[in-house]
Design a protein. Structure first.
Ligand code: S3P
Length: 440
């Protein structure tokens, strides 16, 4: 489905971004292996999370989801109660489902094959198969041991996994979580060191469920074979999804919108820090806790943005928000310098290249050198007038739709269907705020 985004009048009103994708996946996965019934409120019902739910059902977990109320009931089967599925588990577009569930399955005495769409089948899985193999898991890839891409099979093994000490070579919460989920069934203590902090939802949720987990700065220690207590999970609004209406309101003159109860975990909210440094008029109102996570109501008013240098160490706290930050930088005055963006090249698409190509085609001036991107903002709207290939990547699709809302000429994306993975009602909600989005 093609969608065209045209210069829009000011955005006004309140919109509720969907539930946090990371926390939604984790609430289903951890609820599935708890001892008893868990519930989830505010669940993201996008395709990625539904793929996690379907896979868990295929492994014997009873999960009832209401798409209408965005709630779930999960009948946990206990730490080691999953069964071998009858058919391959289709992860669709979802790297989080694939990497977390492979870790979970590795810790059980079952065999499961994981498949994915064209985008996910290109993404690197060696980053999880290496550490899981060190724990004694057996994983194979149709593409061979060197490539390690989906389709992949996690094979049952007779002996329980071994706990280990592992230092994360990249700041990846998916890798960290995959190892911790495998460690839940290990004898002994799995020790993960994260030299650069990345999102910590898995650790926080495991602690709340009574797991034997200690976090001391970069050191995470998890002692396996401790049953998990069921929970009533409440999921805050996803800061990664909130970033799209936020930037839209900043760049469209006279806009003034409010986004209630957005997650403000400091390992996730780098985009707000960065936009504030750029001069954004963003207020973080009514700070409070929801389901153990800090949240705030985000009020955004149209603003004149300045180019800045983004500190590379902030990248993990806003890794999914770079595409939309590039859009904000395209409307700013002066250079926005962003270095060390290698991880962006292995997301749902090569986000660094795809964004740079699309922005150039829309008339944005930029310099891409290796993993560094400098956007030369000229304090006026980019020209637009392009059709962008979204490369099966929801965040590329939404970023270019936001770009088109304030550009001189419309911007079309070739395929809006990937938006279903993380923000199913993006087009409806943005339209309600005033955006001009027309499906072809
Ligand atoms: C996620 C971690 C990040 C992020 C992804 C969700 C998670 O991936 O990009 O959208 O839920 O753990 P990496 O672990 O590859 O950085």
């Amino acid at each position: 489905m093609k969608v065209t985004s045209s210069p829009s009048p000011s955005l006004k009103g309140t919109m509720s971004p969907p539930g946090d994708k990371s926390i939604s996946h984790r609430s289903l996965i951890l609820g599935a292996i708890a001892d008893g019934e868990s519930t989830v409120t505010g669940l993201l019902t996008g395709e990625d999370v539904m793929n996690t739910a379907t896979a868990l059902r295929q492994m014997g977990v009873d999960i009832v989801i209401s798409l209408h109320t965005k709630t779930a009931k999960i009948h946990g089967v206990g730490l080691n109660g999953l069964r071998t599925p009858d058919a391959p588990l289709d992860m669709g577009n979802s790297g989080t489902s694939a990497r977390l569930l492979m870790g979970l399955v590795a810790g059980q005495n079952i065999t499961a094959t994981f498949t994915g769409d064209a985008s996910l089948s290109k993404r690197p899985m060696k980053r999880i198969s290496d550490p899981l193999s060190m724990m004694g898991a057996r994983l194979s890839s149709v593409a061979g041991d060197n490539a390690m891409t989906l389709p992949m099979t996690v094979h049952s093994q007779r002996a329980p996994l071994r706990s280990m000490d592992y230092t994360l070579p990249i700041p990846s919460a998916q890798v960290k979580s995959s190892i911790l989920l495998a460690g839940l069934n290990c004898e002994g203590t799995t020790h993960v060191v994260e030299p650069i902090p990345c999102r910590d939802h898995t650790e926080n949720m495991l602690a709340a469920m009574g797991a034997s987990i200690q976090v001391d700065g970069p050191d995470i220690r998890l002692t396996g074979q401790h049953p998990l207590k069921p929970q009533d999970f409440t999921v805050p609004a996803d800061p990664s999804s909130a970033a799209f209406p936020t930037v839209a309101a900043l760049i469209i003159k006279w806009s003034d919108i409010t986004l209630p109860a957005v997650g403000m975990n400091t390992r996730r909210n780098g985009i707000f820090t960065t936009l504030l440094e750029m001069g954004a008029n963003i207020e973080l109102l009514n700070p409070r806790d929801i389901g153990g996570e800090p949240v705030a109501d985000v009020r955004v008013q149209a603003s004149a943005l300045q180019g800045i240098t983004v500190p590379p160490e902030r990248a993990p706290s806003m890794i999914d928000e770079f595409p939309i930050l590039f859009v904000a930088a395209s409307y700013a005055d002066g250079d926005t310098v962003m270095r060390g963006l290698h991880e962006l090249t292995v997301k749902e698409s090569n986000r660094l290249q795809v964004m740079a190509d699309g922005l150039r085609a829309a008339g944005v001036s930029l310099t891409l050198e290796g993993d560094d991107l400098i956007i030369h903002g000229r304090n006026r709207p980019p020209y637009g007038d392009v059709e962008i290939d979204a490369h099966l990547d929801h965040r590329i699709a939404m970023s270019f739709l936001v770009l088109g809302m304030a550009a001189q000429r419309p911007v079309t994306i070739n395929d809006a269907t990937p938006i279903q993975t993380s923000f199913p009602d993006f087009i409806d909600q943005m339209t309600r705020l005033g955006a001009k989005l027309t499906p072809d």
